[in-house]
Ligand binder design. Structure first.
Ligand code: ADP
Length: 566
């Protein structure tokens, strides 16, 4: 057993840091005590340290399983620079080079060996692994093992079996930034973690100001141009949904921003040169690399990119990240938005969205998702789980809660007592730059209806003694509340339930908005599967309390009101 104090010493000696960040120490100590762990932290929170420090203190070699060759090289270089012997084996090396690395590791000259998951399937590596004492296996991006997440990699499925076949079972440490229960469950079961210590930490970034703006599609480009014109000396990323959009927006910014600046008094001090450069996966590698270099070295202040931009790019002084469209999940959003303010300075994350973003995302979900390995039923479950991720994102756009709290709660981080008292970094919701609509009555009726439809009703209007069904879909709930005469409702005699027609003057979209927000806020719960049912969530009882009060955002905000994060 290694003394925990040694861990702190190693942190100082190798990395020059005086203290662990919150969560790191517990994970490091658990590993040193021989315990499996699952660390859930966002990119940049410091996952690597959690296995690198134990690797220096444990006796054998640590195998790090990592999906990206380019990141592997950077990590290994950085470790060697810090005086920790590390190496990688991957397809960029020839057979002799690989043999040399394996021999070094077998001699105990390497503490951390980075490999891609495919490597574990090779005969040679398996032989190596049975001969050499492995003290720790660290699995980076562990969510890739789950088919229900965003980035399933079938090669990750071999990791559990690889571990099980080792002569001595090492400690297994898994890391991810994914929030969904299902994915975390898969990580634990498919990697075969043994009563792991699960730590969720580092999600709140208190130097980031979160801003959510509902704005018509045709006004988005002008908003972005205005913002950039007003933040001339700052570096920023604008994320778009498609390659075509990145190019069109970059071109339009290069045209518009100089005009806007010229119109303002500060224009004279402005340097010439392009304002924005596009970046996406379909560009030739040289063009893309140049775009990246120009941005990273501050030659061009703004990059307009698809989500292909960002992985492994280290630029600490990004002052703002603007999302021109709504991403598919909070995970995706937070990873991209989180590229702002890596240096700890105040920075701003703005999300521009409107209802058509939601429609587009929903349509993509229903049409785009194909996976040959899955049966139609399994595909439907994947779609349902992606729909859930999307609902989390929609909830972020609509919530009236503190956006910092929304995100940390979404990721499952325990919100500490102080943190519930409004956010530190700031957000539009805490600043109240939106109007709300009181929807208490609609919410109460929805809740009542979810209850009512569990029963059948006799001629006397009396409900059956016990529930006859778990619930109905959101469309049916809405139709009942609006007093629809649809045949399938009437034939099931749902027109007899007490909530029938209770919201007959309210428009359908409003009821759906409230229902969706109630799901986000956990008053309701929507089941997964082909026909999702609306049921009561853990906060349902609050809706019948006499002091229940519920508001949602009135969407449509006034034009661009920019403000520097402070
Ligand atoms: P992740 O793997 O979670 O994306 P990294 O391990 O790459 O994050 O860490 C992100 C940055 O934070 C790195 O520059 C790292 O050196 C730094 N870092 C990690 N732990 C600490 C610490 N305890 N104190 C200060 N900086 C740290």
């Amino acid at each position: 057993m290694t003394d925990h104090a040694e861990a702190l010493g190693a942190l100082k000696r190798y990395f020059g840091y005086d203290a662990f960040r919150s969560g790191q120490e517990g994970l490091v100590n658990a590993i040193l005590d021989g315990r499996d762990v699952l660390g859930v932290m966002p990119t940049g929170a410091g996952k690597s340290v959690c296995y690198q420090i134990p690797a220096t203190l444990l006796s054998g070699v640590t195998i790090v399983i990592s999906p990206l060759i380019s990141l592997m090289r950077d990590q290994v270089d950085a470790l060697n620079d810090s005086g920790i012997p590390a190496a990688y084996i991957n397809t960029t090396q020839d057979s002799d080079e690989q043999s040399m690395v394996l021999a070094q590791a077998a001699r105990g000259d390497i503490k951390l060996l980075y490999v891609a998951p495919e490597r574990l399937e090779t005969e040679r590596f398996r032989n190596f692994a049975t001969r050499v004492p492995i003290s720790l296996i660290a699995v980076d991006e562990a969510h890739c093992v789950s088919q229900w997440g965003q980035d399933f990699r079938s090669s990750y499925l071999g990791i559990g079996e690889f571990i099980a076949a080792l002569p001595t079972r090492p400690i297994v440490a898994a890391f991810t930034a994914t929030a969904t229960e299902r994915v975390r469950y898969d990580i634990v079961t498919l990697l075969g973690l043994r009563s792991p210590q699960v730590t969720v930490t580092g999600f709140d970034r208190d130097n980031l100001y979160f801003d959510v703006i509902k704005i018509e599609t045709k006004r988005k480009a002008a908003w972005v141009a205005q913002y950039i014109a007003q933040h001339a000396d700052e570096s920023g990323i604008v994320y778009c949904a498609t390659r075509k959009e990145t190019e069109a927006l970059a071109a339009s910014l290069n045209h518009t921003v100089p005009i806007l600046r010229a119109a303002s008094s500060s224009a004279s001090s402005m340097a010439n040169g392009p304002i924005a450069v596009a970046y996406h996966g379909g560009m030739p590698a040289e063009v893309r690399d140049k775009a990246q270099r120009d941005f990273v070295t501050d030659r061009v202040p703004v990059v307009v990119a698809t989500n292909a931009f960002g992985m492994g790019i280290d630029k600490s002084n990004v002052r703002y990240v603007i999302h021109h469209n709504m991403p598919e999940s909070i995970e995706a959003y937070y990873q991209e938005a989180g590229r702002a303010g890596r240096d700890g300075e105040a920075s701003r994350c703005t999300l521009l969205w409107n209802e058509s973003d939601i429609v587009t995302r929903r349509r993509l979900l229903d049409t785009d998702y194909e996976n040959d390995r899955l049966t139609p039923e399994e595909q439907e479950i994947v779609r349902a789980s992606k729909r859930r991720l999307l609902e989390g994102m929609v909830g972020y756009c609509r919530t009236t809660d503190c956006l910092h709290t929304y995100v940390t709660r979404y990721f499952g981080e325990t919100v500490t007592a102080g943190a519930t008292a409004r956010c530190k970094g700031g957000c539009t919701n805490c600043d109240h730059t939106f109007e709300t609509i009181d929807v208490t009555d609609i919410a109460r009726n929805i809740s009542r209806c979810v209850h009512d439809v569990m029963y059948d009703y006799g001629d006397d209007g009396k409900p059956t003694r016990t529930p006859v069904r778990q619930g109905l879909g959101s469309g049916k709930i809405t139709a009942i509340l609006r007093g629809s005469k649809a045949q399938d409702l009437l034939s099931r005699r749902l027109d007899r339930c007490p909530s029938y027609g209770k919201l007959d003057g309210v428009n359908e979209a409003r009821i759906r908005d409230v229902l969706s927000q109630m799901t986000t806020d956990r008053f309701l719960f929507v089941t997964e599967g082909r026909l999702p049912l609306v049921c009561f969530g853990e906060r349902a009882a609050e809706t019948v309390a006499p002091d229940f009060h519920y508001e949602i955002k009135r969407i449509e905000r006034k034009p661009a009101r920019t403000r520097t994060a402070s």
